[in-house]
Design a protein around this ligand. Structure first.
Ligand code: CP
Length: 343
């Protein structure tokens, strides 16, 4: 157990030791039980967390805001499009000023090539912890909740050897970042899981991610393999996480365009690639190939028409609401451990 995490940033779980992650999960289990037993746990009374959102959110915003209230703190919601960032305030200015007013800055910024560096720039100047609520590369809060949910289902010490398949699926609802599968690919091998990353050609994660995931697996007894065969990914899996993600390669090559409403959309070439892969989805027939005790997970929001059939997401293997609930307990644990210290 680690007891000196006050003031620590959380930008990626890769920068937290396993001991720190385990301490965070210990805290999350404790806080979950306290909430169920109506035991007050206002450890952050009179503290303030600023929540800056450059992108939409349901789970992340509300779990952080409700969690702050339950810990006795106050969460300010800041829509970045309404901040003076629009008129030139830099990441440094914003971090210097907000950190002089409160006790943590939490931020979601999924802009490709800009989100992570913006959050890191704030962390450089902030006097208080900077907490990543999802960027172009990482979603550490989702990773913690996913790990907790898997541990709850299979047993806290029983994750070694679990067959976990992170599977790309077709979706049209929105252009999803790579941060969820990237976080899972790095984190799960650290807990001894045998991870299959399955996707059609063109949806690979950056090579450095696979190298880091392999190193994590070697160090901790897990494994990572890549497959382009969706059936193989479902066969005998203990955990399946079928979910859409965008093409980081297309993003980095700026293979996006602005439509008439000024929103970013994919180029014709990228839309054609997406359309070619409509068969990558999660129907009951594939779910039936998984092990008898398997679980279906999804960070949500899900594209219920394209990514997954209702019979699966609403079926007996689905654990999505427990997974979403655990976003609350894990973000509370992160705030409880990291807030309270000012530089
Ligand atoms: N899973 C997740 O981050 O959900 P939101 O986008 O609703 O916050």
């Amino acid at each position: 157990m680690v007891t000196n995490m006050a003031g620590k940033h959380l930008i990626t779980l890769q920068e937290w030791t396993k001991q720190e992650i385990d301490t965070c999960l210990d805290t999350a289990y404790d806080l979950k039980l306290k909430m169920a037993r109506r035991i007050p746990h206002a450890s952050l009374r009179d503290e303030t967390v600023f929540m800056m959102f450059f992108d939409e959110s349901t789970r992340t915003r509300n779990s952080t805001e409700a969690g702050a209230t339950q810990l006795g703190a106050h969460a300010h919601f800041l829509d970045a499009s309404k901040m003076q960032i629009q008129h030139g305030d830099s990441a440094k200015d914003t971090a210097m000023i907000l950190s002089s007013y409160g006790h943590a800055i939490a931020c979601r910024h999924c802009g490709w090539g800009t989100g992570n560096s913006y959050i890191r720039e704030m962390a450089k100047y902030s006097r208080v912890p900077v907490l990543n609520l999802q960027c172009d590369l990482y979603h550490p809060m989702q990773g913690l909740a996913d790990l907790m949910t898997i541990q709850e289902h299979f047993g806290r010490t029983q994750t070694r050897g679990l067959k976990v398949s992170v599977i790309w699926c077709y979706a049209t609802t929105h252009k999803k970042p790579i941060s969820v599968p990237l976080t899972q690919a790095l984190l799960f091998p650290r807990y001894g899981m045998e991870v299959t990353l399955a996707y059609p050609e063109g949806y690979e994660l950056p090579e450095w991610v696979i190298e880091q995931a392999r190193a994590n697996a070697e160090e901790n007894g897990g494994s990572i393999r890549i497959s382009h065969d969706i059936r193989q990914a479902f066969e005998d899996a203990d955990v399946v996480i079928p979910k859409n993600w965008g093409s980081w390669y297309a993003d980095s090559k700026k293979e996006t365009v602005e439509n008439r409403e000024g929103n970013t959309t994919l180029t014709e070439k990228e839309l054609e690639k997406l359309a070619r892969n409509q068969s990558w989805k999660c129907p009951q027939e594939l779910m039936d190939l998984t092990s008898a005790h398997s679980i279906y997970m999804h960070a949500l929001p899900a594209d219920r028409v394209n990514e997954v059939e209702d019979s699966v997401i609403d079926g007996p293997h689905s654990i999505i609401y427990q997974e979403a609930e655990n976003r609350l307990h894990t973000v509370k644990a992160v705030m409880d451990l990291t807030m309270g210290g000012r530089r």
